[in-house]
Design a protein around this ligand. Structure first.
Ligand SMILES: [Zn+2]
Length: 258
């Protein structure tokens, strides 16, 4: 047992924690700098001892589509008493992508659902000027309409996990990702060599993939900033006319304000 590992065990024990170790046969590093040939196990799980059955239960995921210099890790925990989500806390994990919705299907489904709810006829035909007898019925009707819209949306509007979707992602990035996965699988089946042609191919693929992701993200940000500048300048012009713009034509040319 090396000294650092010894300290980790002492630390966990004194704090009533369990230091989870990688499963047998796993790679022995999570951080990998392929350029400097530096490999170390620096990503860990610590948990209460009653949450796992065996201490060697961390999985290090050697996946080709992971452009990071850390492998992802996961561990299964047994949490029978974990409190369920509080009712007032909305499910923020899924977000509707309304721009990708099938509006025809939505309309059709919604019409069908709405046709089944009862109209509050008494309330609609009431002539009482300050009648308050229909509040409950109208509230129920309102809730029924909202429920129909919600159900129609669940079935016809795609939902994405928040934080997962990248609007600037392209099919080219998918290709590069696949190349990375393939190269990593080849490298894994050859015993994960730290040098040689298979390792070089894997590193090259990964570098290309990582650079392409950075480039796509950066140009998306530039496009966003350019657009913001245009809106900002257009707004200034609305307020102050052409003051400050030396040559309107040049100005439009520069900011694409047409
Ligand atoms: Zn009434």
């Amino acid at each position: 047992m090396n000294y650092h590992r010894y300290l980790c065990v002492i630390f966990s024990g004194r704090n009533n924690l369990l230091w989870i170790e990688p499963i047998n046969g796993s790679v022995d590093y999570t951080y990998h700098n392929d350029v400097n040939a530096h490999y170390s196990l620096i990503d860990h799980f610590l948990c209460s001892p009653n949450l796992v059955t065996v201490s060697k239960s961390a999985h290090i995921l050697v996946d080709g589509d992971n452009p990071s210099d850390h492998w992802a890790t996961y561990c299964d925990f047994c949490c029978p008493k974990l409190a369920s989500r509080h009712p007032s806390c909305p499910n923020t994990m899924l977000k509707p992508q309304r721009d990708k919705a099938n509006t025809d299907s939505y309309t059709e489904l919604l019409s069908g659902l709405l046709s089944r709810i009862c109209l509050p006829i008494d309330a609609l035909t009431c002539n009482g000027s300050k009648c308050c007898d229909h509040t409950a019925v109208l509230d129920a009707y309102y809730n029924d309409v909202i429920t129909c819209m919600y159900r129609a949306g669940l079935n016809t509007v795609p939902h994405a996990k928040v934080g997962i979707q990248k609007h600037w992602w392209t099919p080219e990035l998918d290709d590069l990702k696949q190349q990375c996965i393939d190269a990593t699988e080849m490298w894994k089946s050859a015993g994960r060599p730290r040098s040689g042609e298979l390792n070089n191919i894997r590193i090259r693929c990964k570098f290309k993939y990582k650079s392409a992701i950075k480039e796509a993200a950066a140009s998306a940000e530039t496009a966003f900033n350019d657009n913001s500048t245009t809106i900002c300048v257009a707004k200034t012009m609305t307020v102050s006319g052409e003051h400050g713009a030396k040559n309107l034509y040049e100005f439009r040319e520069a900011y694409w304000c047409y």
